[in-house]
Design a protein around this ligand. Structure first.
Ligand SMILES: C[S@@+](CC[C@H](N)C(=O)[O-])C[C@H]1O[C@@H](n2cnc3c(N)ncnc32)[C@H](O)[C@@H]1O
Length: 201
């Protein structure tokens, strides 16, 4: 959970309507299949990595990226504790470099949860330029029929700029034929986290 989410609304504790982080897993659990190769572009504390590792099963693979050593360590521990180490490859590097690790058109899902690691250094946040480069890379890696998910945090200034860039990029993909959807809570004091989900054509 991102610190920004904690501050958006006094009724934050309410679990309904669902938060993007929970909602996205619910949606993706119907999409990710045993044996799939998938990418967690922002491993963080490894909650999404764990979710993906469960879904792809022993024949699948999760490639998990993070620029923060503490994040890779936390995610690696979570995966090891669950007994999934053999099906997850960790990369302590930027998600902008994901294409070096896997063949084009071979990935079923790329999952982004932007922003910073909760409880860690807030300076180590995702940045618009590298996020856009990573989205371009993801588009080249995804199979036709694959999926892309992105959670943005427009509640802080840099996150707002990034969220706008992501919105423009995904809207352009929709114009090229991808099916793109957006989910966000409205009426919050600050812009709420929002979730994008796209089906690649
Ligand atoms: C909101 S957190 C992700 C939370 C995570 N999905 C989880 O389940 O715990 C965002 C993460 O993106 C990472 N990050 C920032 N810039 C990055 C980059 N260029 N490449 C990969 N990860 C990056 C941060 O270090 C942080 O851990």
């Amino acid at each position: 959970l991102n610190d920004d989410q904690m501050m958006i609304s006094p009724d934050h504790d309410a679990m309904f309507p669902p938060r993007p982080t929970g909602l996205v897993q619910g949606i993706l659990s119907a999409i990710v299949k045993p044996g799939d190769w998938v990418i967690d572009a922002t491993a963080g504390n490894g909650y999404d990595t764990l979710f993906l590792a469960e879904r792809v099963g022993p024949m699948g693979k999760v490639l998990a990226f993070d620029v923060q050593a503490a994040a890779i360590e936390a995610a690696r521990e979570r995966i090891a504790a669950a007994g999934f180490a053999a099906r997850v490859a960790f990369y302590h590097e930027s998600h902008a470099l994901m294409e070096a690790q896997v063949a084009a058109r071979s990935v079923a899902l790329v999952m982004f949860n932007l922003g910073y690691l909760p409880g860690a250094e807030h300076e180590l946040t995702t940045e618009t330029a590298t996020t856009l480069a990573a989205l371009e890379a993801a588009a080249r890696l995804l199979v036709a029929g694959g999926a892309l998910s992105v959670i943005c945090y427009p509640g802080h200034p840099a996150g707002a700029v990034e969220a706008q860039a992501v919105a423009a990029w995904l809207t352009a993909q929709a114009a090229k034929g991808w099916r793109v959807a957006k989910y966000e809570q409205v009426g919050t004091r600050r812009p709420a986290p929002l979730m994008w989900i796209a089906a690649v054509t």
